[in-house]
Design a binder for this molecule. Structure first.
Ligand SMILES: CC(C)(COP(=O)(O)OP(=O)(O)OC[C@H]1O[C@@H](n2cnc3c(N)ncnc32)[C@H](O)[C@@H]1OP(=O)(O)O)[C@@H](O)C(=O)NCCC(=O)NCCS
Length: 173
């Protein structure tokens, strides 16, 4: 049975190993990585899938400003190659979108395969006026509006707006 849950601090090593297996080491060169580096994921939006205690899937969302509007950047979404095609990616996506809406977020953007993400409602229409910090194939630059017209007419650069890494430690001090 697959269990979906919040990521735990103890998941770091298993998550990094899973990402290397699913996406390869070049994953750190992706344009989206520029918006994640040095930041913490959005609160309540780092999720994992476990099968008999083993980490088999991960998704994280990040706070950004999209043309001046608050939004989330999704990624990476990855499922262990030994467990792909079993609905784990879809389960993580649905939990992430539901949780994001419950937390009051209005829109999610990502760079990924439209053939996969269209089933969750993502399309390139709402990203027409938006610009990633590095060149991306616009066909793969997608958004899902959780609130009506959340990104309609949005224009400009996507910039990171999440809590910097180390914020935890500073807050606890
Ligand atoms: C993409 C990924 C997260 C999907 O997770 P998953 O658990 O295998 O997916 P699900 O079981 O929920 O869905 C499987 C369906 O998605 C389709 N699918 C999977 N990856 C796809 C892709 N890149 N493009 C189009 N369709 C894709 C499968 O063909 C299957 O289709 P079907 O329902 O018609 O049979 C997973 O394959 C993965 O980790 N891939 C490598 C990392 C990656 O590329 N992540 C970013 C995706 S752009």
């Amino acid at each position: 049975m697959i269990l979906f849950a919040d990521e735990a601090a103890a998941d770091v090593a298993a998550r990094e190993a899973l990402l290397d297996r699913a996406m390869g080491k070049a994953r750190v060169l992706k344009p989206s990585e520029r918006l994640r580096r040095g930041r913490l994921p959005a609160s309540g939006l780092a999720l994992v899938a476990r099968e008999q205690g083993r980490l088999v899937g991960t998704v994280r969302l990040w706070n950004v400003e999209a043309g001046g509007r608050p939004a989330l950047l999704l990624g990476p979404l990855a499922v262990d190659p030994t467990a792909q095609g079993e609905g784990i990616g879809s389960g993580l996506m649905q939990m992430a979108a539901t949780r994001a809406a419950e937390l009051g977020h209005r829109g999610i953007i990502l760079v990924g395969d439209p053939e996969y993400y269209a089933r969750f409602g993502f399309s390139s229409e709402a990203t027409t006026g938006l610009i990633m910090p590095a060149p991306v194939d616009r066909r793969r630059f997608l958004a899902l509006e959780l609130a009506a017209d959340a990104l309609a007419g949005a224009e400009g650069l996507i910039v990171a707006s999440g809590r910097p890494v180390g914020a935890h430690a500073r807050l606890a001090a």
